[in-house]
Design a protein around this ligand. Structure first.
Ligand code: ZN
Length: 245
C-alpha cells in the first residue's frame, strides 16, 4: 500500500521517540480519497493475547506514528484520521497515545502489545485491543474550542487506557464495572494531570489539565446526595444508577 517515499517515512517513524512522523500526508490522503480501486486484496491479520478485535480502513486516512521505549522494546503509537480531523489530530492524537502508554505503564505494568492506534471518529469513543476510535472534530474553518480539544485528548487517554483495564488483565467488565471504567477513569485522571505537566504549552493558560473527573472534591455532591441512588462498588454495572460517578 505504501509508496517508496511512505516506506522511508515509516522507517523513520519507527525510530522517532520524541515526536510523530507523518507517513501519509494530508495532501496524499486527499488525492487518494478521490477514487478507490475496484481491485480486491486479501489481508491476513494476527494478534496475540487479544480477546476481541476491530479494524479500520479508508482511502481518506492521513497517518502518523512515533515510537515509545518500553524496556527493551519499541511500541508504535499511531493515528489515522481524515482531513476533517485536522489541525487538531496532527497536533495531539499520537502525542496523547504515546503519553498514555508511558503513564499507564509507569503506574501499572509495561504495555505488552506492539502498537496502539487512535482512529478518528465523528462522535464518542470505543476501545478494542491495540485500536480505538475517538472523537474530536474541529469546525469546518479549522478552529476548535477548548472543550473539543480537551475532550479529544481525554477520550484518547481513556480509550487507549482500556487496553490495560479491562483488556490485558482480562477482567469481566459486565460483572465488575469498577475494574473496567473505574480503574481506567482513575488512571485517566493521573495521565491527564501528567499530560499537563509534560506539555504545559498544550494546556496554557490553565496551570492544570482541566480533568472532568478525578479530583476528590468532584465526587462530594454524589457521595452526599440521595443515598438511595448510590450503589456499593462491588455492584454489577447494570444495577448502578450513575455509572460514571
Ligand atoms: Zn470507558
Amino acid at each position: 500500500m505504501y509508496s517508496k517515499e511512505m516506506m522511508r517515512r515509516y522507517e523513520q517513524a519507527k525510530k522517532s521517540y520524541d515526536k510523530p512522523v507523518v507517513i501519509v500526508t494530508q495532501e496524499e490522503a486527499e488525492a487518494a480519497e478521490k477514487g478507490f480501486s475496484d481491485k480486491t486484496k486479501t489481508w491476513k491479520l494476527k494478534a496475540e493475547n487479544v480477546r476481541d478485535f476491530g479494524f479500520a480502513t479508508s482511502g481518506k486516512f492521513i497517518r502518523d506514528m512515533q515510537a515509545v521505549k518500553m524496556g527493551d522494546r519499541d511500541i508504535m503509537a499511531v493515528s489515522m484520521y481524515p482531513k476533517e480531523g485536522n489541525p487538531l489530530w496532527e497536533e495531539y492524537s499520537t502525542k496523547a497515545v504515546a503519553h498514555t502508554l508511558r503513564s499507564y505503564s509507569s503506574h501499572t505494568f509495561d504495555y505488552p502489545y506492539p502498537k496502539a492506534i487512535s482512529v478518528h471518529a465523528k462522535n464518542q469513543g470505543m476501545e478494542y485491543p491495540m485500536i480505538c476510535w475517538n472523537y474530536g472534530r474541529p469546525n469546518e474553518d479549522g478552529t476548535y474550542s477548548d472543550r473539543v480539544k480537551y475532550g479529544m485528548i481525554s477520550v484518547i487517554i481513556h480509550e487507549v487506557g482500556h487496553n490495560f483495564f479491562p483488556m490485558i488483565v482480562n477482567s469481566d467488565e459486565r460483572q465488575w464495572g469498577w475494574m473496567d471504567e473505574g480503574l481506567d477513569t482513575f488512571m485517566q485522571y493521573m495521565a491527564e494531570q501528567e499530560f499537563g505537566e509534560k506539555y504545559p504549552e498544550a494546556i496554557a493558560p490553565n496551570d492544570k489539565y482541566p480533568s472532568r473527573r478525578g479530583d476528590p472534591a468532584k465526587i462530594v455532591p454524589y457521595m452526599s446526595g440521595d443515598q438511595s441512588t448510590i450503589s456499593p462498588i462491588m455492584s454489577n454495572p447494570e444495577n448502578v444508577y450513575q455509572l460514571g460517578l
